[in-house]
Ligand binder design. Structure first.
Ligand SMILES: Nc1ncnc2c1ncn2[C@@H]1O[C@H](COP(=O)(O)OP(=O)(O)OP(=O)(O)O)[C@@H](O)[C@H]1O
Ligand SMILES: [Mg+2]
Length: 387
């Protein structure tokens, strides 16, 4: 068990800065996901924590102790990679046992023939066997122990890689996109398994992915990175509902949040395409962006909408529909979620209204930072519409 804290950490490769003043505390037993687009520095940060890469400056502490001078093997962390990195010529059992042999035995105890005749060999072997058996039972791979990696499916190989990481009882697991080689269905299944495994073990997990759905479903907290910078660290719910930056709002959520160009009048009322919304913010801001998630707007009759547009496409997802609506002056259509009953009644090409739920509307200023906003009471809305 371990708390991992990163203080004022920078990393440059040559002239290029890859990580910029990273400050992050991963609590003991927490499932923390580092998420962000490709190339933002997630693997570099994980490799620095593991000791596989050195930082330019800043500090990594494990359980309150600086580890910057410790070699990877002395940090007591287990890493699981995207590539699994199993030994093809060894059985599953031998693959899982390898870290115990490497860690606990001196060089001559690791020699295959000599090891068997050295004093204490039987006890050592039975210790290994029982550890491997316990891990195999937890991962439900007991029936695969005598196979070689070439005889396993992708998901089974992934489980063996997890087993090999677990057998050492590390202080924390570091996982770098461990599911990205699996097909979509298996990925969804394995993310539940890894989340359950975390609950069972209660160990600190740092999990790297560029997949926002993995981050949302598995994590206690998410650290969202972009261009080497940590933009927000928060629970999945908080990061979804209260993004601090427009880049966070865009990255998290599928389908993506709608971002509409807007203005604020002198009374603080937000307008989109010249139409007033039931939302107020700090007055006299120019060029705001109004963020509306597809579930925070509804399709209605044109005259009842806050704004109007033309329905150009209906995406039928089975349990729900997404209406794609073009609005005069906007380049991107707006996506609005509808229930199945409403979706079936809508007709393509029709002019429809979009009613925006003021409570969940997010306002971002010119530099992309979130600014406070509030719902305008209904009676105020009616007065202003009448004016
Ligand atoms: N050894 C290196 N030398 C020079 N540049 C590097 C090196 N390793 C990584 N980089 C660069 O650092 C940046 C961050 O790389 P990193 O692998 O950490 O990204 P990532 O967030 O893990 O991306 P992905 O999601 O694609 O795995 C990239 O621009 C990459 O090209
Ligand atoms: Mg990476």
């Amino acid at each position: 068990m371990a708390e991992i804290s990163i203080r004022k950490l920078n990393k440059s490769f040559g002239e290029t800065q890859i990580l910029d003043q990273i400050d992050l505390t991963v609590r003991d037993g927490e499932f923390m996901t580092l998420v962000g687009p490709s190339g933002c520095g997630k693997s570099t940060l994980l490799r620095i924590i593991a000791g596989l890469e050195s930082q330019t400056n800043g500090q990594v502490n494990i359980s309150g102790q600086p580890v910057d001078q410790l070699r990877p093997k002395d940090r007591n962390l287990s890493m699981v990679f995207q590539s699994y990195a199993l030994y093809p010529h060894l059985t599953v059992k031998e693959n899982i046992a390898t870290p115990i042999r490497m860690r606990s035995y001196c060089w001559y105890q690791r020699l295959p023939l000599l090891a068997r005749v050295l004093p204490g060999a039987a006890e050592r072997q039975s210790g290994i066997d029982s550890k491997v058996a316990a891990v195999a039972e937890l991962l439900q791979i007991e029936h695969l122990l005598d196979r070689r990696p070439g005889e396993l499916s992708g998901g089974q190989r992934q489980r063996v890689a997890l087993g090999r990481a677990m057998v050492r009882d590390p202080a924390a697991f570091l996982m770098d996109e461990p599911l990205s080689n699996l097909d979509a269905k298996l990925r969804i299944h394995m993310r539940t398994e890894i989340a359950q495994l975390h609950k069972q073990l209660g160990t600190t997990f740092i999990y790297v992915t560029h997949d926002q759905a993995e981050a949302m479903t598995m994590s206690d907290r998410i650290a969202l990175m972009m261009d080497g910078e940590l933009l927000q660290v928060a629970t999945p719910e908080e990061i979804y509902r209260n993004p601090v930056d427009v880049r966070v709002a865009e990255f998290i959520g599928s389908p993506k949040i709608n971002l509409l160009p807007g203005e604020v009048n002198s009374a603080g009322r937000v307008t989109v395409c010249g139409q007033p919304l039931r939302v107020a913010t700090q007055p006299r801001q120019t060029q705001i962006r109004v963020g509306v998630r597809p579930e925070n707007a509804t399709v209605c009759r044109a005259e009842q909408g806050d704004i109007q547009g033309q329905l150009i496409y209906l995406e039928n997802m089975g349990a729900e529909f997404f209406a794609h609506i073009t609005i005069d002056t906007l380049t991107e259509p707006m996506l609005v979620r509808c229930d199945v009953e409403q979706g079936q009644q809508l007709s393509l090409g029709a002019t429809v209204g979009i009613r925006i739920k003021p409570k969940h509307t997010l306002i971002f200023n010119q530099s992309g930072r979130r600014v406070a906003s509030e719902k305008i009471a209904a009676e105020v809305h009616h007065e202003s519409v009448a004016v």
